[in-house]
Design a protein around this ligand. Structure first.
Ligand code: HEM
Length: 145
């Protein structure tokens, strides 16, 4: 084998093992993971805007969060794939998951109306209450990986 061919072959072996390590087995490569990272960023910006009384900015972040939670409903948590759920078992777990996202969306809409009313005193505590949905969502639907 020519030396250049040997290096090419070695490169392919390395590339395919990297692909395997980060392939469909990895829970940090899901579309849902991407949405969640954006949710974390938007939530942080929302808290900052509420703190500095920038209600226009806050309203923009609430709308972005509603969109991200809506988009998350179309995804299946990695945990369900890990558990190899199918058929009605998968459907019922997916429905539980969507219901928690819907609860979070109801809360976000409530925050949005408090913002629209300029009810700044109550916005901060309502934003902090969103953490409850994170806790529920992660304890029930997030794989330990
Ligand atoms: C409310 C604020 C929330 C924040 C800030 C948040 C943040 C995050 C972050 C940063 C990750 C990935 C990194 C990690 O911790 O491992 C993640 C993963 C995940 N989150 Fe959330 N989350 C929130 C709410 C929710 C809710 C309400 C649900 C479900 C109803 C949920 C379900 C999940 C799942 C299933 C994963 C794993 C990803 C996967 O399975 O593909 N999260 N979240």
């Amino acid at each position: 084998m020519k030396l250049t061919n040997m290096f090419a072959a070695m490169g392919m072996v390395v590339a395919s093992s990297v692909g395997f390590a980060h392939g469909h087995g990895s829970c940090s490569e899901t579309e849902l993971h991407e949405h969640m990272m954006s949710i974390k960023t938007e939530l942080r910006s929302l808290a900052q805007d509420v703190k500095s009384d920038d209600l226009d900015g806050a309203s923009g972040h609430v709308k972005a969060l509603i969109g991200l939670f809506e988009d998350s409903k179309a995804e299946t948590p990695y945990l369900f794939k890990e558990q190899k759920l199918t058929g009605s078992a998968l459907e019922s777990k997916q429905a539980d998951y969507v219901a928690v996202l819907d609860d979070a969306i109801v809360k976000l809409k409530d925050i949005d109306s408090k913002i629209a009313m300029g009810d700044s005193g109550k916005i901060g505590s309502a934003v902090r209450e969103l953490g409850k949905y994170r806790k529920i969502g992660h304890s029930k639907f997030k794989a330990d990986c």
